[in-house]
Design a protein around this ligand. Structure first.
Ligand code: PMP
Length: 395
């Protein structure tokens, strides 16, 4: 656990104390991450002394903000090994997946998996795709042997989570990409839970689209990114119309800007983009290798401690990225979450927007502890103490 001690960055995060100044054991980073001072300051400056619109103003502050906004796109691109014109700013991962589901020109069959978040299921259903479901292995990974057997030339798309938001299980993206490509399909990766915990290089992974949200990466809400291969984005029509995405508008018809502007109708989330880039810089400066090792150590420690209590069921593989789902016999996860809250321990209890996964596990809900770069041993200890207290209360 030495990495854990070295890494814990609680001091960078003003949100990590309770209203009365007690330590807050925040174990819900998979839902949304707390924000470091560097992001808060960047957002405050963008909303305050630097604030202006982008892309249209002739005055200098707007020109500077435009440079800042486009620099943010470059920072986000670099963070995942992409070219800047391949990054579309969206409202978040949900909107990024909707964009592809609606705008990808050949809507046909899509292969999803049993563990997907609702935001990687419902958009495909709404946009009229035929959905096939890849099963999971015994320990809760996407079963790529099964995917290989299921994929046919009818599939246009494969859309899978890089890291499960419930089980923490990781996808072998390179193999998934090779399988998709072998039948002429594209691979969209839902990277929401991967970007804060693993070094991601889309070029090396070999996927075609990658979606993620800033708020899970220590950045602001209201912004995320879709990365798409330039040739694929280029072949996709716009999916929302308005200002900023056009080339020329007449009442007879309009023509559209090239990507990424084609997919960014309206005044963009300027301040959020600046905060997003600040978050990428903050995480890059610490280094994802260190963050990954730190979170793996905390996961191992948590799983070991939970395993020693013989009335706990642990879900997901041993080697999981930053996320531990479990159930305590005879106690509903909501009751556990409520008692833990009295101890200043914040976990998530519920279906985690993954009802098909809950159906597969045969339970309505799990308790989930998820870590971030501010987590440390004291959080794990507080969690275990809180579970012991819950057990005592429930007899
Ligand atoms: N996919 C996964 C794996 C997630 O964990 C989440 C957020 N819980 C989403 C997609 C959706 O992200 P957002 O709500 O930020 O669009």
């Amino acid at each position: 656990m030495s990495e854990g001690r070295v890494l814990s960055r609680k001091a960078d995060f003003p949100g990590m104390v309770t209203a009365d100044g007690q330590p807050w054991h925040y174990l819900d980073t998979a839902a949304t991450a707390q924000k470091p001072r560097a992001v808060i300051d960047a957002v405050a400056a963008a909303l305050g002394k630097d604030y202006a619109t982008v892309h249209r103003g002739v005055y200098s502050r707007s020109a500077e903000m435009t440079l800042g906004y486009e620099a943010a796109r470059r920072t986000v691109a670099k963070f995942i090994g992409a070219q800047e014109d391949e990054i579309v700013f969206t409202r978040g991962a949900t909107e990024a997946i909707n964009l592809v589901a609606y705008s990808y020109p050949a809507k046909g069959r899509v292969l999803l998996s049993q563990l997907e978040h609702h935001s990687n299921i419902v958009p495909w259903q709404l946009a009229g795709w035929q959905v096939d479901v890849c099963p999971l292995t015994e320990d809760g990974r996407i079963d790529l042997d099964a995917a290989e057997a299921m994929l046919t030339s009818d599939h246009e798309m494969v859309a899978l989570a890089h890291v499960s938001n419930v089980l923490g299980s990781e996808l072998d993206v390179a193999r998934a990409a090779a399988l998709a490509h072998s039948v002429g399909a594209r691979l969209l990766v839902d990277g929401c839970q991967a970007v804060p915990r693993l070094a991601v290089d889309v070029a090396a992974l070999g996927c075609d689209f990658y979606a993620f949200s800033a708020h899970k990466l220590y950045g602001p809400t209201g912004i995320g990114a879709l990365w798409g291969r330039a040739d694929l984005l280029d072949a996709m029509p716009p999916w929302q119309g308005g200002g900023a995405m056009i080339e020329r508008v007449t009442f007879e018809g309009s023509t559209y800007a090239p990507p990424p502007q084609r997919f960014e109708a309206g005044t963009p989330a300027i301040v959020e983009a600046i905060g997003f880039a600040a978050a990428c810089d903050y995480v890059s400066n610490i280094g994802l290798a260190l963050i990954e090792a730190h979170e793996r150590a905390l996961v191992a420690r948590t799983r070991d401690a939970l395993r020693r209590m013989n009335d706990i069921t642990l879900f997901g593989p041993e080697e999981s990225a930053g996320i531990v789902s479990f159930a305590l016999d005879g106690v509903h996860p909501h009751d556990l979450g409520t008692i833990l809250d009295e101890e200043n321990v914040a976990i998530r209890a519920g279906h985690h927007c993954a009802q098909p996964l809950m159906d597969h596990l045969g339970i309505p809900a799990t308790a989930r502890a998820s870590f971030g770069l501010y987590s440390d041993e004291s959080d794990v200890e507080a969690l275990i103490r809180g579970i012991e207290r819950t057990k005592a209360i429930f007899g």
